[in-house]
Design a protein around this ligand. Structure first.
Ligand code: EPZ
Length: 416
């Protein structure tokens, strides 16, 4: 099993273009089955989660694969509506295929996606939204059998702005007769990216990015080509790495607005942040200070996916920073691994208090989940000595080539 080895303590400097967004391309790949034809996606990252989605599309009967740097899907040959257990278990977010399969086929059969490293991952909000559209569902021994022969558009209210439930509801509503109004929708930028892709394919969706999304179902669709948005969490990761290690980075293909809560925190910690359209520049001495309290929240609040990453950047900051994780139940599993590197972090339920230490030291650590693994890379770059990171398959779910990217900034990092 390969691992990442970092010789930390080096100043980082350079420029990077940020990869396409994992959390945008996954629902968009599900959306491609709404059109019985060809969809071409540009700027898709080469990730294990993307390969898992391609396997699901092929299982359903679609042609899907890479043509150079373009990821193409031809869903004209789609002839199945089931996703078997082994494919569902590969990637928890495969539940987002449910709405699209129901919209296209009128039937769906999926095993329950189950939990993951972040704790139980319920899908009650997904199922509630689909039932409100008229889908009938039976759960039998971990398998969900759904029929939606005559979905009709109507007002659907989500009890909380779940990203996945919003995506599933939008995709299912594209197959419902008439207009669907989705109330209390998630406002993440990836929802807007999904809307833009759907509209480019002929669907009629508007309001994404706000709490109310309107979908006119059963619109004629056509072949399309779409460039996926850049990954704001990968951008946050590289900004945090330079903030922690000290140096200067110019990131291209980023949106200031999508990163505003993260750059505000890094600025408060003592980094200089600037940049123009589509780029962010960060300078850091590496001597940061604490930033008070960071509370994760649905967009446009501080992203839960950047919690571990910012925490890693602040491990040597002067003073104490309090993190409150309001989105997931179990999102501090990276803390024990960071403490092996000399961090001073105490956790009680959803609160973690990070007290800055004078120095971190390299250690043998293990990824606990995707963003926890990213946090170990950030800490390793700021630590003295060698850090060896195991179980990097977690990182490979969301980062195309972090060794390539961090090397471009002058990091002494290798894959072994
Ligand atoms: C998406 O997960 C992202 N994944 C997550 O990114 C991200 O952390 C999360 O949104 C929040 O921004 C993808 O887009 C593939 P939610 P999702 O539904 O859709 C509870 C990463 O690191 N909930 O907004 O699963 C749920 O348990 C990943 O890239 C219900 O209770 O997030 C959680 O506590 C991790 N019932 C909270 O809502 C439901 O039916 C937010 O979940 C659905 C969710």
């Amino acid at each position: 099993m390969s691992h990442i080895v970092i010789q930390g303590g080096r100043r980082l400097e350079g420029a990077l273009a940020v990869q396409g967004a994992k959390n945008s391309v996954l629902p968009i790949l599900a959306a491609t089955i709404l059109h019985p034809g060809r969809s071409v996606l540009l700027g898709c990252p080469h990730l294990s989660d993307v390969e898992a989605s391609i396997r699901i599309l092929r299982h359903l009967g679609c042609k899907a694969g890479w043509e150079g740097e373009a990821l193409t899907v031809d869903a004209s040959s789609l002839d199945r509506w089931d996703i078997p257990d082994h494919l569902m278990r590969e990637m928890r977010s495969s539940v987002v295929f449910l709405g699209a399969i129901l919209a296209r086929m009128g039937w769906a059969e999926l095993s329950h996606p189950g939990g993951c490293e972040l704790g139980p991952r319920p899908i009650d909000l997904h199922l509630s939204a689909l039932r409100q559209l008229g889908a009938l569902m039976r759960e039998e021994s971990g398998c969900m059998r759904c029929s939606a022969q005559h979905m009709a558009g109507r007002e659907i209210v989500l009890s909380m702005p779940s990203v996945g439930a919003t995506e599933n509801a939008i995709l299912a509503a594209c197959g419902a007769q008439g207009e669907t109004i989705l109330v209390n929708a998630a406002r993440e930028p990836e929802i807007t990216d999904l809307q833009n892709f759907l509209c480019g394919m002929g669907c009629q969706v508007r309001g994404a990015g706000s709490s109310t999304v309107c979908i006119q179902g059963r619109r004629p669709t056509h072949d399309s080509t779409y460039a996926v948005m850049p990954d704001r969490i990968v951008a946050a990761t590289y900004l945090s790495a330079v903030a922690a290690a000290g140096g200067e980075v110019e990131l291209h293909r980023v949106s200031h607005r999508h990163l505003s809560t993260v750059t505000a925190a890094l600025h408060a910690a003592g980094c200089q942040i600037s940049g123009g359209e589509g780029q962010v520049v960060l300078c850091s001495t590496g001597q940061l200070h604490s930033v008070g309290t960071i509370r994760t929240a649905p967009y446009p609040g501080f992203p839960t996916d950047a919690q571990a990453i910012l925490m890693a950047a602040l491990l040597r900051a002067k003073g104490a920073t309090v993190f409150v994780e309001n989105i997931f139940e179990n999102r501090y599993r990276h803390v024990d691994e960071l403490c092996r590197m000399g961090a001073d972090i105490s956790v009680a339920d959803r609160v973690a208090v990070v007290t800055g230490v004078p120095a971190l030291f390299g250690a043998k650590v293990r990824c606990t989940d995707l963003r926890g693994g990213a946090a170990l890379m950030v800490a390793g770059l700021a630590a003295g000595g060698e850090t060896l990171i195991d179980d990097i398959f977690h990182i490979q779910r969301g980062y195309e080539d972090p060794v390539r990217d961090l090397r471009a900034l002058g990091a002494e990092i290798r894959l072994e």
